[in-house]
Design a protein around this ligand. Structure first.
Ligand code: ADP
Ligand code: MG
Length: 397
């Protein structure tokens, strides 16, 4: 099937030149992507010679089936992403049953392709890392069951990984110098969190959304103005033609929790604006609306993040999750960080949305910390970030 696929090299579109991306699309509209980074050095951050640790990572929490081989946490030997976006677009959003079924169809192929790309065999792997939450339960179960079966059959250790910890860890792939502690803004379709990454595997949530996630707001507003699903990239594109100051939308502040977010009021303000325009028989200027809405989101995200780095005394800020690929957010955050003398980190867009390389990176640090999962690992749709239960390897204290 691969031989019939279209080939397109997107590496020129990436902001970070350290990675090369080969992208192929099959007849189902499924995208197979491989992201290759430069070879990492064989010494660790303190200059000690390092044992190579190679991890097979699996991700199936939502509508991407993904597998990757990651070496020493920061070197991506392969990263295969089978996206179902084209299928779910027909329904205006992710249909959980279709997602689970498609994961079952694609997962073995993705794993084989990831191992093949990396030039490795399953037996070469030191661990199998898999997302076990948060996400859609039926979708997560496919990856978890697959990983457990592979681990059981081969005896290779199993590591359950938190999806959001994976998104945050995507920053380590292209930024070899990035080490905790730092502040990270995680903004995706299901989550909006401000997190202090205290150490590898240690996270403290300092702010989160009270209602809609940032990506959810992008998707809902895009649907309301007829741009379709997924809304984020479409708003991002439309906004480039619009005036971000054309319409004044609210920037919500929460009195008793300065780092929390709320996007449902903004979404309602946009819907009210659309209804009022319709009642008055006025045509909506979609690019102006998209740009004004996007600016309202970006302003709040930048303001909260910059206040957090300042008040908590950190000089590094990272962003993660699907919305972190938003061009206006990246530009605004970069400017704010430059002004404040803060180092700004962001993954290339392809590593912002769901992928398995980020799960391999998070899994590597769990592996070093001695975390191992048992055959009782289960999908946990609402797995909390931070104080989640971890099982440690018997040989580790
Ligand atoms: P989750 O894991 O929570 O399902 P992802 O990390 O896969 O979410 O991110 C998907 C979300 O990111 C969607 O809500 C999508 O609209 C949003 N998104 C993707 N690209 C952009 C963009 N350029 N601008 C804004 N939002 C975006
Ligand atoms: Mg995600």
């Amino acid at each position: 099937m691969i031989a019939d696929m279209q080939f397109c090299d997107e590496s020129n579109e990436m902001e970070n030149i350290m990675i090369n991306i080969d992208q192929k699309t099959d007849d189902d509209g499924v995208i197979f992507m491989s992201v290759h980074t430069e070879e990492s050095s064989k010494t660790d951050e303190d200059g000690n010679v390092q044992k190579n640790v190679e991890i097979l990572a699996i991700e199936s929490s939502c509508d991407e089936t993904a597998a990757a081989v990651v070496r020493n946490g920061r070197e991506v030997l392969s990263n295969v992403i089978s996206s179902q976006i084209a299928l779910h677009t027909l329904y205006g959003g992710v249909v959980p049953e279709i997602a689970s079924r498609k994961h079952i169809e694609k997962i073995n192929y993705c794993i084989e392709a990831a191992l093949h790309e990396a030039g490795r065999k399953l037996q070469d792997m030191d661990a199998i890392a898999v997302t076990y939450g948060p996400g859609l339960v039926g979708a997560l179960l496919v990856g978890v069951s697959e990983a457990k079966a592979l681990s059981f059959a081969t005896g290779i250790p199993l590591i359950g990984v938190h999806h959001i910890e994976g998104h945050i860890s995507a920053n380590y792939i292209e930024n070899k110098d990035l080490k905790p502690p730092f502040v990270c803004l995680v903004v995706s379709g299901g989550h909006s969190h401000l997190v202090v990454v205290k150490n590898y595997g240690q996270y403290e949530i300092i702010g989160q959304t009270r209602d809609d996630a940032a990506g959810e707001a992008f998707d809902k507003v895009a649907r309301a103005i007829g741009l379709g699903y997924p809304g984020g990239p479409k708003i991002d594109l439309a906004a480039r033609e619009g005036n971000a100051d054309a319409i004044q939308f609210p920037r919500v502040k929460i009195e008793d929790a300065a780092y929390d977010f709320s996007f449902s009021g903004l979404k309602s303000a946009v819907l009210n604006y659309i209804n009022q325009s319709k009642m008055q028989g006025q045509e909506i200027n979609k690019p102006d609306l998209a740009a004004s809405f996007q600016k309202a989101v970006v302003d709040v995200l930048v303001e909260h993040s910059m206040r957090a780095v300042k008040e908590f005394g950190y000089n590094k800020l990272a962003i993660a999750g699907g919305v972190a690929s938003n061009s206006a957010l990246r530009t605004a955050m970069q400017r704010a960080c430059e002004k404040a003398g803060v180092e700004f980190y962001r993954p290339s867009p392809v590593l912002c949305t769901d992928n398995a390389a980020m799960i391999g990176t998070a899994g590597y640090y769990e592996y070093l910390n001695g975390v191992r999962s048992g055959m009782d690992l289960n999908a946990v749709p609402n797995l909390p970030l931070g104080d989640r239960e971890r099982r440690f390897h018997a040989n580790q204290s």
